[in-house]
Design a binder for this molecule. Structure first.
Ligand code: HEC
Length: 108
């Protein structure tokens, strides 16, 4: 009897651990850029997203030259989903920023 209870407990604890680790992976929204469409433009595609989704907290990303010099950390922040704080970007918005950076981040 005592042994059975112990077994049940062990199984219960193990499955709980498995469940929590799986659900943790399930909520991670892995993002992979998809850059097959038309080339992205700073003025048309990127600047409006930065202005509306980042500008409220980062006045320092509002000009082309500022964004260009921060492009590597901006890319990391967008790909990881770390930014924007307390909000999120759509996949299309992430693609616009990341693909623009990956094709040279031109002032176009
Ligand atoms: C609600 C406010 C807020 C918004 C919106 C926001 N940020 Fe941030 N961001 C912060 C704060 C606060 C920090 C500094 C603390 C930190 O690094 O987590 C930061 C740090 C950063 C950094 C440097 C640290 C890092 O993660 O590499 C970058 C780059 C960045 N943000 C980019 C962006 C971009 C791009 C957007 C828009 C897509 C954005 N942020 C939107 C508040 C914000």
């Amino acid at each position: 009897m005592f042994l059975d209870m112990k077994r049940i407990l062990v199984v219960a604890v193990l499955s709980l651990g498995l469940w929590t680790s799986c659900s943790k992976y399930g909520t991670t929204d892995a993002y992979t850029p998809s850059c097959s469409g038309t080339a992205k433009s700073y003025m048309t595609d990127v600047a409006p997203i930065i202005s509306s989704s980042c500008g409220g907290c980062h006045g320092n990303l509002s000009s082309y030259s500022q964004l260009f010099s921060s492009r590597n950390s901006v890319r990391n922040a967008v790909v990881s989903g770390n930014m924007p704080r307390r909000s999120s970007l759509s996949t299309a918005q992430k693609d616009a920023i990341v693909c623009w950076i990956d094709t040279g981040a031109a002032n176009n």
